[in-house]
Write a protein that binds this ligand. Sequence first.
Ligand SMILES: *Cc1c(COP(=O)(O)O)cnc(C)c1O
Length: 411
Amino acid sequence: MARLNDNYLKLKAGYLFPEIGRRVKAFAEANPEAKLIRLGIGDVTRPLAPVVVKAFHAGIDELAQTKTFHGYGPEQGYDWLIKTIIEKSYQPLGVDLKLSEVFISDGSKCDTANILDIFDLGNRVAICDPVYPVYNDTNVMIGRSGEADEKGYYQGLVYMPCTAENQFSPAFPTEKIDLIYLCYPNNPTGAVASRAQLQGWVDYARANEAIILFDAAYEAFITEADIPHSIYEIPGAKDCAVEFRSFSKTAGFTGVRCGLTVVPETLMAATASGEKIALNRLWNRRQCTKFNGVSYPVQRAAAAVYSEEGWGQVKETIDFYMENARLIRQGLGDAGITCFGGVNAPYIWLKTPGGMASWEFFDKLLSECHVVGTPGSGFGPSGEGYFRLSAFGERDNVIEAIKRFRAQWGQ
Ligand SMILES: *Cc1c(COP(=O)(O)O)cnc(C)c1O
């Protein structure tokens, strides 16, 4: 009989969001009159910017005519999109990239997972705890770990706890690490890394010949002036880091699908015999074989994000979400609840009042305030006792949710 990949069976069955869905559904059925407010799942709620929609339509119109039709595009993405991204999004940061160093994709969830194809299974991997679950689960699926222990830590993976005690900025691992996932601004904690902190990681990676997998999905939400938007703003990073970016949260592309991965040509890794090879070559080979590019109209729409008018519209939506974040932080503060994040990221990470467990707080918030959030423990054992609220949503809902928090916990 055909054998399956046993590694998949190591994953814990009840994934976070299905369990939330189950509890919300049960509550809604038992309480049909309750007006639920969802501040849980990290998905955008506002429509695409008008300029982006226009470019998207125009791209489709081109496909409708023989003369302007496009079939397969380059697996790496069209040069005009890559050039626009480099000029509009990287050069203003003082970061210069070659066209060949940027790979357009259908999103960074897949890229952060697919990048594992080009690394040996023997690499030691470090991830933050709590964490975006994709980094953990894809390493389990590919066979880099053993079973999970009772806390939820998989044998063989190295976890870096991020809690209020270390300001959600993990200590450097004490053991030898080859690959380190970092995500700033962070999902779920909303924390950011300062220039000095990122320099510390780059120095650590170079000293240990490790590679940083840097997820910058939320860089566009940074509001404070000196917080780096890209790991490549840090000297030396091109020798030790891959960067993932996405149009999903930046421009509302969660349902459209477009992202990018930067693999600098100076980034090396070793073969079994110790020879140094550029990772760029392997990632290019991987993409050319397993991926056939992002659809033409989507790339047109993505390029429009960086037009002057497009960026203005996109920025307005980001500002709207960040005003939600500000209101939520203020509302929680008024209710006496300690919270973090929400300044440079669309997530507010709160400490559950009275030391409640994350799921206990979830149930209380659902049954008493009719508000849905995400239990921190779902992102990793160190998320226990914390809770994530998302700033994606409509203003009325945010204001109403805050009123309910105040009524429940305020003095
Ligand atoms: C939403 C998100 C992404 C983006 O994923 P896409 O596949 O591009 O939609 C990447 N990383 C993190 C941490 C996220 O929260």
